[in-house]
Write a protein that binds this ligand. Structure first.
Ligand code: KG4
Ligand code: ZN
Length: 337
């Protein structure tokens, strides 16, 4: 079965083709970073308009680069939530209309499930059950994964998501958007022990997170040292990155001990962070990350998640439904796998 995957939940227009026998046949990603950079964050209306312009050409380009035709596609998977309402509607409308015109099925995919399953695209994927740490721009969650679609939320951020904390802190530091890669770049030459920043909520039991206080701690450190020298900027960035990473690692270790799993998946945009990848090696289990380009938003993970659901015989209604908010533990379990 050849599945066309479409991702438009935020500021990436992404398309991929995933086939039962051949695996990932091709993918293209168009990032809107330049469009939103000057506003310091994603402007939802601009994101939707840009998806409208870019999606169909990107589908054509991906098909032609893979030497495939629209008529070769057996089904279409698209992100139907969570995400920005307008942006999701562009992907859902185009996916459903194309499927209708081609007389094939379409399947709405949960964006965070797609992130969570991305490491299963690898040659040596993790086996169920495992714990997943999902760290993106909108979510920070620890999830117990029994099988595809069978999820129990163990903990989550009570305020800012980890990616959001990187983005907001980058703004405080006068760095560009998205903030995660910017902070990571500047932190390379910094001293992560110079500023004693908190590891929020690690001094009490539980698996929830809170990152908004860290941003405030950085703000205070910055205000005392304006204008920031290159050295101070690097040291603050490195200390912040280290605080976020340590907090994530401490909670992961707790989740591993609580569930007694032997595998942990770390996925979502922040999983691209090199310090997180290095420090995760201290965890008491085998750790799986998606390959680098499949951490941030992409079409491959959507095509793959949709393929898993479609080949398990699940179907979706014909209506164009998007869910800007959508709980991961409300999904239908998938029996195969
Ligand atoms: O998963 P993603 O592409 O989109 C959402 O679903 O939100 O995640 C985007 C987030 C942004 O907040 C971005 O700053 C963060 O991932 N990010 C990183 C890195 N690359 C992207 N954070 C830390 N280090 C990175 N290298
Ligand atoms: Zn994402």
């Amino acid at each position: 079965m050849l599945v066309l995957g479409i991702e438009t939940s935020c500021d990436e227009t992404a398309v991929a083709l995933y086939d039962t026998d051949r695996g990932l046949c091709g993918q293209s990603i168009y990032s809107q970073t330049e469009l939103h950079e000057r506003y310091g964050g994603v402007v939802p209306e601009l994101a939707s308009r840009d998806h409208v312009q870019k999606l169909l050409p990107l589908i054509r380009q991906t098909l032609s680069q893979s030497q495939l035709e629209l008529s070769d596609v057996h089904s279409i998977a698209y992100t139907s939530g969570p995400g920005l309402m307008g942006a999701l509607l562009v992907g859902a409308s185009i996916a459903r209309s194309l499927a209708w015109a081609l007389n094939i099925s379409a399947m709405g995919v949960h964006h965070m499930e797609a992130h969570l399953l991305a490491p299963l695209l690898d040659q040596s994927p993790p086996e169920f059950p495992f714990v997943a740490l999902l760290v993106s721009g909108g979510h920070t969650q620890l999830v117990f994964v029994r099988a595809i679609g069978d999820y129990t939320l163990l903990g989550q951020s009570l305020d800012d998501a980890a990616g959001e904390a990187f983005d907001k802190t980058a703004k405080v530091l006068g760095l560009g958007y998205p903030g995660g890669p910017e902070i990571a770049r500047v932190a390379l030459t910094g001293n992560p022990s110079r500023f004693k920043l908190p590891r929020p909520m690690t001094d009490r039991p539980g698996l929830d997170f809170s990152f908004s206080g860290l941003k405030t701690a950085v703000k205070l450190a910055v205000e005392k040292r304006l204008p920031l020298s290159t050295e101070n900027l690097a040291d603050i960035a490195a200390s912040f990155e280290s605080a976020v990473v340590d907090t994530l690692i401490i909670k992961c270790q707790r989740a591993i001990e609580k569930t007694k799993v032997t595998s942990l998946v770390i996925a979502g945009g922040v999983a691209a962070n090199k310090t997180l990848r290095e420090k995760a090696q201290v965890l008491d289990c085998q750790v799986f990350f998606p390959q680098d380009d499949l951490c941030t938003d992409n079409g491959a993970m959507v095509a793959f998640a949709g393929h898993k659901r479609l080949t398990a015989g699940l179907s979706d209604s014909l209506s164009i439904v998007v869910r800007p908010r959508w709980d991961l533990d409300r999904l239908d379990p998938v029996q195969q796998c």
